[in-house]
Design a protein around this ligand. Structure first.
Ligand SMILES: Cc1cc2nc3c(=O)[nH]c(=O)nc-3n(C[C@H](O)[C@H](O)[C@H](O)COP(=O)(O)OP(=O)(O)OC[C@H]3O[C@@H](n4cnc5c(N)ncnc54)[C@H](O)[C@@H]3O)c2cc1C
Length: 395
């Protein structure tokens, strides 16, 4: 029997991205009688980060061992593949090669292999001949990192299927409903509102030292021969910032895309031109970006200069060209995404890991940055346990 009063929900989840929906899924795995409402300010699921990403199921070798990201990527990758299998969603087992350009980046390859070993991720270091057998077009300096478990999915297809599955389990979705305008009655609230998670958390007295900074991830789709690239190809990232660098993704239909960039954006949904323009957000974000620029925290100046250059397709494409022997010039823009990146306003650092805060009857997911799509099912199990603990402590 359902444990609800009429119109009163056990849980209100704000945000129908992958995080909000996987939390609903895992809550119901633990107790199928719960009554859950999911609200979203948009007209459907996955209108923001969850539907505007690379669709890569990461393996988990980038992250330092003590992070939540490291803890959930390996299991998250397996659980997402399982969900896809159970629901007839195609997973393209693309694998992945991380390439080096020079001696310094070669050291980065060994560092990533070390992290993979600590995190229990299956990877190996391979030489140029072995790289050539996987994809003869790839260029690397001496060695590369090979990841057999990296794969691609269509993130929108995953989210739409999850909505369908949740509806069958009696979860009620309220679209075009922002948290501010929501009049539902509920016992416990879960804030999974992505780019606006800090704003909502602040209404509960949380996230006091944080604000969200948006970074725009532009993509270009390759319009020539689909077989020019056979696997996902990534550069060695700068591990001091949370972005992985412009890479090649082989998508579910075998198309090739390059991106995403990480260009500082001026408002939270600043996807293109003046779309979703928000003046007060712009003032706030410009203030923090100017501060980071002046202080040059985490080399923000270099990041900003190098990323802004990506607005030039020529420079953007050249970055991708550096990783292969031969690729054409015919690319077209496809929808961009925005990385909602949490900034600590006291230390002026970008937060690399997921952050979770609670009040006695609410839980707030702050900084669900990449690879949160990959992690989502495993992360959601953890959140459900954290909610149980929180409730017990506040009984
Ligand atoms: C360019 C880019 C590339 C990425 N690539 C990958 C990748 O390859 N692999 C990977 O694992 N991860 C990747 N990620 C990360 C991944 O996409 C995100 O971590 C994940 O989608 C975050 O999910 P979410 O549910 O927290 O946020 P979202 O999907 O943004 O969902 C939040 C929802 O909350 C709603 N909302 C906001 N405010 C309110 C409000 N006030 N009231 C009601 N609703 C509200 C929004 O409309 C939205 O639907 C990438 C991200 C980006 C931007």
């Amino acid at each position: 029997m359902k444990s609800y009063l009429v119109n009163k929900y056990n849980y209100l989840i704000v945000g129908s991205g992958i995080i909000g929906m996987t939390i609903a899924y895992e809550l119901l795995e633990k107790n199928k009688n719960l009554k859950i409402a999911i609200i979203d300010k948009e007209e459907d699921v996955a209108k923001h980060a969850s539907g505007r990403n690379s669709g890569v199921l990461h393996a988990g070798f980038y992250y330092s061992a003590d992070s939540l990201k490291a803890k959930f990527t390996v299991d998250g990758n397996k659980l997402m593949k399982q969900f896809c299998k159970n629901n007839n969603i195609f997973v393209n087992e693309t694998e992945k090669i991380v390439v080096a350009n020079n001696e310094i980046e070669l050291k980065g390859i060994y560092e990533l292999q070390k992290r993979a070993e600590v995190n229990g991720v299956q990877t190996s270091i391979i030489d140029e001949d072995e790289v050539c057998k996987i994809d003869s077009n790839i260029k690397t300096y001496k060695k590369a990192l090979y990841s057999p478990t990296t794969a691609s999915v269509d993130p929108i297809e995953v989210c739409l299927k999850l909505k369908e599955v949740l509806k069958l389990k009696d979860v009620e979705f309220y679209f075009n409903t922002s948290f501010k305008e929501c009049h539902l009655e509920y016992e416990y609230m879960i804030n999974a509102s992505g780019a606006y998670a800090d704003k909502i958390a602040k209404q509960f007295g949380l996230a006091q030292d944080y604000t969200m900074l948006p970074f725009k991830g532009i993509y270009l789709k390759y319009l020539e021969n689909k077989t020019d690239i056979k696997t996902n190809i990534y550069p060695v990232p700068n591990l001091s910032n949370p972005f992985l660098g412009v890479h090649y993704t082989v998508t579910v239909d075998g198309s090739i895309k390059i991106g995403p960039t990480a260009i500082p954006a001026f408002w939270r949904e600043n996807y293109k031109g003046l779309d979703n323009f928000n003046f007060s957000e712009m003032i706030e974000i410009l203030y923090y970006e100017a501060k980071l620029f002046i202080l040059n925290s985490f080399n923000f100046r270099d990041l900003a200069f190098s990323e802004v250059k990506n607005y030039s397709n020529k420079i953007f494409i050249q970055k991708a060209k550096n990783m292969v022997k031969k690729i054409g010039n015919n690319f077209k823009p496809i929808p961009a995404g925005i990385r909602a990146q949490l900034l600590n306003t006291k230390t002026n650092e970008l937060i690399q890991d997921f952050v979770v805060e609670h009040t006695k009857d609410s839980t707030h997911i702050l900084n669900a940055v990449s690879p949160a799509f990959t992690c989502s099912f495993a992360f959601a199990k953890y959140i459900v346990d954290e909610i149980d603990k929180n409730k017990k402590e506040n009984k």
